[in-house]
Design a protein around this ligand. Structure first.
Ligand SMILES: Cc1ncc(COP(=O)(O)O)c(C=O)c1O
Length: 382
């Protein structure tokens, strides 16, 4: 009997302990009906018509079985060509179910129990969770709030130890909307040179930039693993098309094997339709998305200033701005008040303590919806 009882006392494996849904999701799930969504980072522009039609045609006309684990060769070739400086072969690219899978697989492939992984503070909360799942220890370099969350090389350098196995960079950034300059990337490469540390470069927002196209960290540092996808640039979040790409063969081998055992392959329909992701039509859509998000970002930052007297960071890419609400109190309480008045935001603390006192605001909304959102926020907070 005792033995049976003992057996039934399930203890969650160490790798899962303490993991919870992110504050981003927690706020979203509690939203009242007809809330304005400044919370989720999900493009609201419709998925381009040419892509929808192609997927529909493929589903109706073709047999869609498994593809090879790392994905259709033609698709891997197109992805590889996006990084001409790396001269990628087919085995250097794995097509995944969104960049999220690529990121998780990258951490699991290189991080061992007890390894340190250097993450930006503030940053996308999934990094911290994935490092823990890989049984590594998340460490942080600061992007100082009082310097508009700009990259700070001295802080980055100061956090590297002999236990650091990997570091993460993201440009344009979720949550700050800031872009790493070529000088920042060169400084990072200099800091990592000779250490053997892997660099994971999250480039999921790389097509959504408002001045010059952001550079990839892989142009500066050899041991870089790129994770990216079509979710944000072509409004294809639910289609689940991402990839990992790198010249680092030992990391790609791990990602390839893990991907095969977790998902077998990304959806064949999505992969085949995604062959249109680099056509002139697709490039025109990406250019349109850049224009729309840039205009909206400027509009929303101006609105916060004129209507509420609040400062927000000026976005350089992606679709996020950080709104400074320090004068209004604790960011979680401010976000709660907004939520009660039907506006979803995300408290900065969700991304790390450097963003405490800020709200991350996503501008995946029409101008009319943003005007209404700011009006509701003003009512709730003033
Ligand atoms: C910084 C960042 N990386 C990765 C992802 C994952 O995107 P997906 O799996 O749809 O490619 C997201 C989604 O919000 C993100 O913001």
């Amino acid at each position: 009997m005792d033995a049976v009882l003992e057996k039934s006392e399930f203890k969650q494996p160490k790798r899962l302990r303490g993991l919870q849904p992110t504050l981003i999701r927690q706020f979203f799930e509690r939203a009242l009906p007809d809330s304005i969504n400044f919370g989720l980072g999900e493009p609201d522009l419709p998925t381009p018509d040419f892509m929808r039609r192609e997927a529909a045609r493929i589903a109706v006309e073709e047999q869609n079985g498994y593809t090879s684990h790392p994905g259709l060769p033609a698709l891997r070739k197109l992805i590889g060509q996006q990084y001409p400086h790396l001269d990628l072969g087919l085995s250097d690219v794995v097509v995944t179910c969104g960049s999220q899978e690529a990121m998780t697989a990258a951490f699991l492939s290189i991080v061992d129990e007890g390894d340190d992984v250097l993450l930006p503070n503030p940053s996308f909360p999934a990094y911290d969770a994935c490092v823990r799942i890989a049984q590594g220890n998340p460490n942080y370099y600061r992007l100082p709030a009082d310097r508009d969350f700009a990259f700070d090389i001295s802080n980055f350098r100061s956090q590297i130890t002999d236990r650091t196995k990997a570091a993460v960079v993201i440009s344009p950034s979720n949550p700050t909307g800031k872009v790493l300059t070529p000088e920042d990337l060169k400084n990072i490469a200099d800091a990592l040179k000779g250490t053997g540390i892997f660099l994971i470069s999250d480039e999921i927002y790389s097509d959504l930039y408002f001045t010059e196209r952001p550079h990839s960290a892989s142009e500066f540092y050899d041991k870089t693993i790129i994770v990216s996808g079509l979710s944000k640039s072509l409004s294809m979040t639910g289609w689940r098309l991402g990839w990992a790409a790198s010249k680092v063969a030992e990391a790609m081998r791990g990602i390839h094997v893990l991907h095969g055992f977790t998902t077998v392959c990304a959806s064949a329909i999505t992969q085949k339709a995604s062959l249109l992701g680099w056509t002139d039509e697709a490039e025109a859509f990406k250019a349109h998305a850049r224009e729309v998000y840039q205009k909206r970002g400027n509009f929303l930052v101006g609105l916060f200033k004129s209507e509420m007297g609040l400062n927000a960071t000026s976005p350089e890419g992606a679709f996020y701005t950080m709104l400074d609400v320090r004068e209004l109190g604790d960011d979680v309480e401010v976000a709660e008040k907004c939520l009660r008045n039907r506006v979803i935001t995300v408290p900065g603390i969700a991304f790390g303590d450097e963003a405490k006192g800020f709200l991350r605001i996503s501008f995946c909304n029409t101008e009319d919806r943003m005007v209404e959102g700011v009006r509701r926020m003003k009512n709730a907070l003033q």
